[in-house]
Ligand binder design. Structure first.
Ligand code: FMN
Length: 186
């Protein structure tokens, strides 16, 4: 049984890693959490009657979150809104040295749930990963240009972990507290 599904959409894998970390923290705090790809078969077989809280994560690519995440949230907006829930948006801009870029990522994060009819308890913009070694030639070139603009690392011979894992842990702990608190008053 899954009490707290942590749904994710990913293009290069970092949002899945963040979802896994959230599930680990929730599990340590006594909640049955499971990590579910919104584009996979399990996403449509959730027993929402047992769900006590939920997360959805998606990453930014050319200014947009994954279509699969949008479809999923639109289809389950009522279920998601009926429990303590959090949206985490993963991007390069969240780690930018330019405050305008950080703010732009926050705006995109805030716009996503409401555009899908979901009112989450928390919305968080999280820095992702620069996976230079996984990109093809053209994407590597484009991302390096963006990284230059944002003051991010540009040595394309290696990957860079930009995620603040303590911030991810704190989000999971805060949501676990809210989920337990809701059970206590029910
Ligand atoms: C083709 C491409 C486009 C991207 N576009 C954006 C963007 O518009 N804004 C941004 O902040 N980050 C952008 N990024 C950075 C990703 O959001 C970041 O690498 C994130 O960690 C990807 O998460 P994922 O591995 O879960 O897909 C882009 C990355 C790639 C490869």
């Amino acid at each position: 049984m899954c009490q707290v599904p942590v749904f994710f959409a990913t293009s290069e894998g970092q949002t899945r890693r963040i979802a896994q970390r959230i599930a680990t923290v929730l599990h340590d705090l006594g909640l049955e959490a499971c990590v579910i790809d919104v584009a996979g078969p399990h996403a449509s077989h959730i027993d929402w009657g047992h769900v006590r809280g939920a997360f959805v994560g998606a990453s930014l690519h050319i200014g947009k979150h994954q279509k699969a995440a949008e479809r999923f949230v639109k289809a389950h907006a009522v279920d998601l809104t009926s429990v303590p829930s959090a949206f985490f948006s993963v991007s390069l801009s969240a780690a930018s040295k330019n405050p305008n870029e950080v703010e732009a990522a926050e705006k995109l994060a805030k716009a996503f749930p409401s555009a899908c009819g979901w009112m989450p308890t928390r919305i968080v913009s999280v820095a992702g990963r620069l996976a230079y070694r996984e990109y093809g030639f053209f994407i590597r070139w484009v991302i390096k240009r963006i990284a230059q603009k944002e003051g991010a690392p540009t040595d394309t011979s290696r990957d860079y972990e930009l995620t603040n894992w303590e911030e991810v842990n704190a989000l999971a702990r805060d949501m676990a507290r809210r989920i337990h608190a809701r059970a206590a008053v029910a």
